[in-house]
Design a binder for this molecule. Sequence first.
Ligand SMILES: CC(C)(COP(=O)(O)OP(=O)(O)OC[C@H]1O[C@@H](n2cnc3c(N)ncnc32)[C@H](O)[C@@H]1OP(=O)(O)O)[C@@H](O)C(=O)NCCC(=O)NCCS
Length: 130
Amino acid sequence: MVKIERKVFKRPWGFDAFFGEMFKSFSRVYVAEVEGKIAGYIVLWILPPEGYIANVAVSPDYQGKGVGKALLKKAISVCEEEGVNSICLEVRRSNQTAISLYKKFGFEVVGIRKAMYHDGEDGLVMEKLL
Ligand SMILES: CC(C)(COP(=O)(O)OP(=O)(O)OC[C@H]1O[C@@H](n2cnc3c(N)ncnc32)[C@H](O)[C@@H]1OP(=O)(O)O)[C@@H](O)C(=O)NCCC(=O)NCCS
């Protein structure tokens, strides 16, 4: 997961960040495996009444093959099972691939966080009501 982080993000989570998730009672981490290799993962926080997607990424080797969709589908079904009534996340304004994926699953832009990223880019807050 750390290897994938380094390939896809400017400020990747390190080992400690993933390890720390194991000690948060509200955190759920799901990994997508393809041919025995980690192709992607999603980090979901269950904070009733809300779910929050803290991280999601797919290895460049496996992008565009439906892994992101499968991860999002899993996160949404867990949120439904756990009885939360909305899911939110933040995404870079320029990340059209991710924005298009989220829209496909019914997420809508509900806010803008000005210059939330270290390089000054705005973050879009997206939410899906369940
Ligand atoms: C965003 C990301 C998770 C999508 O995962 P993926 O496995 O590549 O996505 P999928 O193959 O499941 O495609 C799902 C949808 O994403 C969009 N998408 C995928 N590749 C795309 C591309 N190259 N250009 C535009 N949209 C694209 C499409 O809407 C696609 O739906 P479609 O197949 O019906 O057209 C992945 O690209 C990634 O890890 N990016 C880098 C990390 C990142 O940006 N994470 C999100 C941070 S908020």
